[in-house]
Design a protein. Structure first.
Length: 76
């Protein structure tokens, strides 16, 4: 068994809690707290990798931030 490092992108939800995304494995999960999200993501990632078995390949993610213009939805 080998250890791998994955990314956890946490996004607060409007009604509370968080969604979390892992771009390397393309999986989502959620939790009420940041800590719960990370626990849930670890479990989901391990199950995902177990399911893939020998076919498991972790791609490199090249992350860049860009700025976009927000378009107002209530424009006349």
């Amino acid at each position: 068994m080998r250890n791998i490092r994955i990314t956890a992108e946490l996004m607060p939800e409007e009604d509370g809690g968080y969604s979390v995304y892992c771009p390397e494995l393309d999986i989502y999960t959620q939790g009420e707290t940041e800590g719960e999200c990370l626990i849930n993501l670890r479990e989901a990632a391990e199950l995902h990798l177990e399911e893939l078995g020998e076919k498991a390949a972790i791609g490199q993610v090249i992350r860049r931030e860009i700025e976009v213009q927000d378009i107002e939805r209530n424009s006349p």
